[in-house]
Design a protein. Structure first.
Length: 409
């Protein structure tokens, strides 16, 4: 069996070597400066509205972005380049533009940029009206402002979250062959995101932050939470309580060794901090990421150790290896880590977004966002107390789109 595993890895390496020239070519083209000076994109004052600018009350969602805006025309755009500053704004659900034959001929996002101070004032009013709760979404690899806005709007519909919903949009390139550029831009944006999260957590009107990340976004979120904790006067930012990592593209051992022990310290878990991870062995995007990085990702429970895999098989258990729980000198009273294995109900070509594609995963995700922790309907226990999975539905025609509220996608 070990020989078969080694053969599979050799095949994966050969495939990676074949696609590497194309991959590298894509990465090089992604960092081209372009034919327009970046300063020309933002020369119009519409890129930096003053406090007298009209508030976009008709746009229900908030956004924070480090993408470079293009304000040269009436139709504002957010590009895939880095900006020299973080900007704030409001947006409504993205819309498909249909041609005369009823087919999609384009896409449009109703959004406006806001004055920073006005944006924070508007957010405080929205949170005061909803008991200080806010949902903050951080997207992952291969996203544009349109796709991350679409997912943010779907999350709001699916969860029926009652507080304001914010998306943090960093300059992902939105292309499969630009993974290395996305990774570079994500790390570049660490400072911007941690400063924003710190300010949000320290507002007197912030009572609870539900923090959701997808894919590469986990590598922005977890270090930022640790930073916010260290900046808190009591060493603990308890308002960042509910952290959800969907298909996290982060080194599993790194998560086990350091991040989980800090973010999920016994004191913080007892103060209601918890992390929920959605993972799948059918996640092809994370399979490729593991091949590139050399080690398993948190969001894909593949066994790196073939001997461990053999032990599981001998016990009649699925050959899946999950992140281990933190070890405590004095265990907390509550459970801080929950892993949801969506393999049996995985959906889509890549299996990388089950939380927005699979009816079972969508239902579970909505419950977790709204505070559910234990005895969540539909979960099936495994041999590990903190890992759960699902039974595939008998009806293969189950309407995933309707239950996940994909709005016709």
């Amino acid at each position: 069996m070990i020989g078969g595993v080694l053969e599979n890895r050799t095949s994966a390496l050969k495939l990676l070597l074949l696609v590497m020239p194309l991959w590298l070519a894509g990465c090089i083209s992604a960092v081209d400066y372009g034919e327009i000076r970046h300063s020309d994109y933002v020369a119009n004052g519409r890129c930096d509205p003053g406090p007298e600018a009209v508030t976009a009350g008709d746009k229900p969602f908030f956004f924070v972005t480090s993408r470079l805006p293009d304000c040269r025309t009436a139709d504002l755009k957010l590009l895939n380049h880095r900006s020299n500053k973080v900007r704030f704004g409001r947006f409504a659900a993205p819309q498909d533009i249909l041609n005369a034959k009823g087919k999609v001929d384009g896409q449009h996002i109703p959004f406006t940029l806001s004055n920073d101070a006005r944006w924070w004032t508007d957010l405080s009013k929205a949170m005061d009206a909803r008991e200080g709760r806010v949902l903050l979404y951080v997207h992952g690899f291969r996203e544009t402002f349109f796709t991350s806005s679409r997912d943010t709007a779907q999350i709001a519909r699916l969860t029926e979250f009652t507080g304001p919903v914010i998306q943090y949009s960093w300059p992902s390139q939105g292309q499969f062959l630009k993974y290395a550029v996305d990774e570079t831009n994500m790390y570049y944006d660490e400072r911007n995101f941690r400063q924003f999260l710190t300010k949000l957590a320290q507002q007197p009107w912030t009572k609870e932050i539900v923090l959701v990340s997808h894919s590469l976004g986990a590598r922005l979120v977890l270090p930022a939470v640790e930073f916010v904790d260290n900046k808190a006067s009591n060493g603990d930012s308890s308002v960042v309580s509910n952290i959800i990592l969907a298909s996290p593209d982060i080194d599993r051992q790194d998560f086990e060794r350091g991040i989980a022990e800090e973010v999920l310290s016994a004191r913080r878990v007892n103060n209601d901090r918890r992390i929920t991870v959605y993972a799948s062995t059918k996640d092809r995007a994370l399979a490729l990421s593991a091949d590139i990085h050399g080690y398993p990702r948190l969001g894909r429970p593949r066994c790196f150790d073939p001997f461990k895999e053999a032990e599981l098989e001998a016990k009649g258990l699925p050959k899946r290896c999950y992140a281990a729980k933190s070890e405590y000198d004095v265990p907390p009273e509550k459970s801080g880590l929950t892993i949801i294995d969506t393999t049996p109900v995985s959906r889509g070509r890549t299996g990388h977004s089950d939380y927005l594609r699979s009816a079972a995963a969508c239902t579970d995700f909505a419950a977790v966002v709204n505070g559910a922790r234990d005895n969540v309907k539909g979960r099936v226990p495994t041999h590990l107390s903190y890992v759960f999975t699902f039974i595939p539905p008998e009806d293969d025609k189950l309407n995933d789109k309707a239950i996940c509220k994909q709005d016709g996608r």
